[in-house]
Each structure stands twice: as structure tokens, then as C-alpha cells.
Design a protein around this ligand. Structure first.
Ligand SMILES: [Zn+2]
Length: 461
């Protein structure tokens, strides 16, 4: 383990000696991952646990301790079309030990045992071959024409054959595109389309989505924060989980693709480095613009009272649009009610939400981020976690203009008018601030230690 403690003059490349230390200590590092998981999530570690094994999802596929991560690209895909620069694909059903190379000229019915699924392989007008699957048809067919039981609870996967990327929906991804059937409590379920690839390659696709153009120090800080966040997500999923993160901002934005050299440098020069606080991995949240102060961790994030996620004053983002000018938006009362009534109806509230007359920020933190919102409606009032309130309006309602929880709220006719500062949930690293801090000469460690107080950078693989 290499613990880095904020050397003011940081070189972006590790020396060969350090690299050597890292690889020799590989087995040790793996047990640290286990320990980190244990302490982070309170899972009892069995004394029989073999040293050097990581009791975590994807560990079986890891190399040199680098885990393989499952990134959900799409929930309930109806029809997916793949492209490959070679025109060839590989289709596998790993749990059936079936593997098929799909080459031009083969028809769908030859792709056994997947003939029961709607598959299509054809030449497009531009001469390129595409391969399409429509998994939703498959789940309706318990047994196919050849008597195959279909894929309940199982997986199949596709990748371009002989090409570095598999093209899906206008993007290019490395690794496998996996289709996993996730059963639900009602006895049905849904297909999920998942990109499975090594962690470091995933991180390059995250940087491309989260921070494309910045000084090397900011990109390195972003890589370490994103790696920590992803590993935390992996280690807190149930063992054997095939999906660890979402490709959207619900987790961190992942766009795959071929990344530029600045991004690749930032990922490679921080390989395996994550944030620890007092020997524990923590959920290293980050966001676009804090607006002047970051927000503390909250129950919504599963990070209450974590010292590394306390509010800090950030002047680095002072010239950013959402700090300087702020933002405003109006959302009709009816729309808010439609979104929030589902939350209100569920435990612990169990409230039939009536017409909303007032929404007030409660327990404003130093920088203005509300901890709760008090919602007064025709049936009474209740308090809802402010981030939960925003997340529901953002993710369920699509109200992207509600930029943060650092807001004031007024009722204007049939709508609520929000005015606020900052962009994002406000917890952890302020990305625009980090970018500015790097311009002002802070290195990656200094940036991370500024936003995550008391954190250390540790190399795990
Ligand atoms: Zn900031």
C-alpha cells in the first residue's frame, strides 16, 4: 500500500520503485480491499477468507487486483442494435458454456440457443453489418422452437469480434455488453443492459463524461474520486451482483468511447488510487458547482456524519455561472405533487399528499444547502430530505433546472418558484472548483484534501 499524504510537489508519474512496491504488495492490497469493504459496510469477515481474495462482485474477473465493474447502460431495453468495425460479433451465454462467433452470412436461426430471441443480422445500406437483439421478446417465450428454456435469471453477452469497441446506441464501449435478467418481487423482472469492463477502463469513460477538459491535477483528482466512488458502490452491493453502478448521473456519468490522451494520462498516473479516511473507504461524492460552500453528507447519500464529507468553504468556483448568478426555475404545483406523492405514500411517511400550499427549506447549512424541505399540504405537513426532494424531481420528473438544494422557494400562482446557487447535490468535491484550484497550482492530492477533509490517498492495485 502506498499512502500518499499530500506532498506539495507531486509528480504525476509514479517512480519505477513505487510501481514495484505496488505490484509486490498485490496480495496484501487485495486483503486491504476486503478489509476496506468490511469496515466500510460492516460485513463480518469470515476467518476462512483466503488471504488475497476479494469477497466482492466481479472479483473473479479481476487482474492484479483491479476489479471488473458492471455498468448499467439501459434498463429494460426493447431492441438493441450493435455495430462493429470488423462486422463480426461474439455472442456468449456464459452460464451455458455456449459461444458463437457471428459472421456475415449466418442467419438468426443458426445462432443456437439464442434462436428464441429476436435476433437480426443484416447488411445496412452503407454496407455495414449490424446485429440486433430484442430481449423483451425472449422473456415471453419460456421455450423456443427448439425446446430451449429461456433465460430467466441468466445472462448472455455480446461484443465486437476483433475490434476494440462495440458500438451501441451511437456510443462505443470496451468489454462485454451483457444482458442480465433481474427478477423482481412480483415474480416478473426486467432485462438490463450492462457494460462489463476493467475498473480503470471504466474510469476513462467516466472522466470523459464528468470532466473532459481540465488541468492534469484536476483530472487526476477526478479520477481518484471517481475510482473511490465506484469501488465503494461495488463493495456495498450484495455478493454476486452483476450491476454496480449506473452509466448516468445517478452514479457517475459514463460515456465509454475512445478517450483523449489527457484523460488516459490522468487515469494511468493514478492507477489503483482511492481515498481512505481512517483506514476506511468512503463514498466520495462530488458535484458540479458548490456555489461557495459544499454541503455535508446526508442520510440520503448513506453518508451521515462522515468527517470527510463536512461542509467546506470553496472560493475556487466563485466566478462560475451558478455561483455568481445562480439559477431559477418554476415548477407547477401539480407536477411537484405528482412526483412527491409517491415518496409521501411510502414508508416512513405513509401520507396521502394533498394540494401543496407551501415548501420551505429547513436546516440550511452554512453555504445555503437545505437539509430538509417542509412541505405543507391540504392534509398537514411533513419534512422530506432536501436531496431526496430534488432527486425525485430531477430523476422522476425530469426537472433538470432545479440545479441544487441551495434554494429559496416562493409560491407564484399555481407554481413554485425556486431561486438558488450551485449545481449538483453539493456534497464532496466541487468539480468546477477543483478545475480552478488546479489552474491556481494545487496538485491532485491538495485538491482532494481540500474537499475531503482528513482523507488519504491509498493505492490498492
Ligand atoms: Zn465550489
Amino acid at each position: 500500500m502506498i499512502a500518499r499524504t499530500g506532498n506539495p510537489v507531486r509528480t504525476s508519474r509514479r517512480t519505477p520503485t513505487q510501481r514495484h512496491v505496488g505490484s509486490v504488495a498485490g496480495v496484501l492490497l487485495l486483503s486491504i480491499v476486503t478489509l476496506a469493504m468490511t469496515s466500510a459496510v460492516g460485513v463480518a469477515q469470515s476467518p476462512e477468507t483466503t488471504p488475497g481474495t476479494v469477497q466482492s462482485p466481479g472479483a473473479a474477473e479481476s487482474t492484479n487486483g483491479e476489479p471488473t465493474i458492471g455498468v448499467q447502460l439501459l434498463r429494460d431495453p426493447k431492441r438493441v442494435t450493435f455495430g462493429s468495425s470488423t462486422g463480426r460479433f461474439r455472442l456468449e451465454a456464459p452460464d451455458r458454456d455456449k459461444s458463437k462467433k457471428i459472421v456475415p452470412g449466418k442467419t438468426a436461426t443458426q445462432i443456437v440457443p439464442l434462436a428464441t430471441m429476436s435476433v437480426e443480422y443484416r447488411k445496412k445500406g452503407d454496407g455495414r453489418w449490424i446485429f440486433a437483439v430484442a430481449p423483451e421478446l425472449a422473456k415471453k417465450s419460456k421455450s423456443g422452437p427448439r425446446g430451449y428454456q429461456f433465460y430467466d435469471g441468466q445472462q448472455f453477452r455480446v461484443r465486437a469480434d476483433g475490434a476494440p469497441y462495440t458500438e451501441v446506441g451511437g456510443r462505443r464501449y470496451e468489454g462485454w455488453i451483457e444482458f442480465t435478467w433481474i427478477p423482481d418481487a412480483e415474480g416478473t423482472g426486467s432485462w438490463r443492459m450492462v457494460n462489463r469492463l476493467p475498473m480503470e477502463r471504466y474510469l476513462a469513460g467516466v472522466l470523459a463524461g464528468e470532466m473532459t477538459s481540465a488541468e492534469p491535477a484536476a483530472l487526476q483528482a477526478q479520477a481518484i474520486a471517481a475510482r473511490t466512488f465506484a469501488l465503494y458502490q461495488m463493495l456495498t452491493r450484495s455478493p454476486g451482483a452483476r450491476i454496480h453502478v449506473d452509466a448516468s448521473i445517478r452514479s457517475q456519468k459514463y460515456v465509454g468511447g475512445k478517450q483523449d490522451s489527457a484523460i488516459l494520462d490522468a487515469v494511468q498516473s493514478t492507477r489503483g488510487e482511492v481515498l481512505f479516511h481512517q483506514g476506511r473507504l468512503f463514498k466520495s461524492q462530488y458535484h458540479s458547482t458548490c456555489g461557495g460552500h459544499t454541503a455535508g453528507g446526508s442520510a440520503t447519500f448513506g453518508t451521515p456524519n462522515i468527517k470527510t464529507l463536512t461542509s467546506v468553504r470553496c472560493t475556487y468556483c466563485r466566478n462560475e455561472r451558478f455561483t455568481k448568478k445562480g439559477w431559477s426555475c418554476s415548477i407547477p404545483e401539480k407536477e411537484i405533487r405528482n412526483v412527491i406523492k409517491r415518496v409521501a405514500a411510502a414508508p416512513p411517511y405513509n401520507i396521502a399528499l394533498g394540494r401543496i400550499s407551501k415548501i420551505e427549506p429547513v436546516d440550511k447549512q452554512k453555504g445555503g444547502h437545505a437539509t430538509y424541505v417542509k412541505i405543507t399540504h391540504s392534509g398537514g405537513h411533513f419534512e422530506l430530505d432536501a436531496t431526496e426532494f430534488r432527486n425525485r424531481l430531477l430523476f422522476d420528473g425530469g426537472f433538470r433546472d432545479l440545479r441544487s438544494t441551495s434554494f429559496a422557494i416562493t409560491k407564484q400562482g399555481d407554481a413554485f418558484h425556486f431561486t438558488g446557487h450551485g449545481f449538483g447535490h453539493g456534497v464532496g468535491m466541487c468539480q468546477r472548483g477543483a478545475m480552478r484550484a488546479a489552474v491556481e497550482g494545487l496538485d491532485a492530492i491538495q485538491i482532494l484534501k481540500f474537499y475531503y477533509r482528513g482523507a488519504d490517498v491509498v493505492q490498492l492495485w
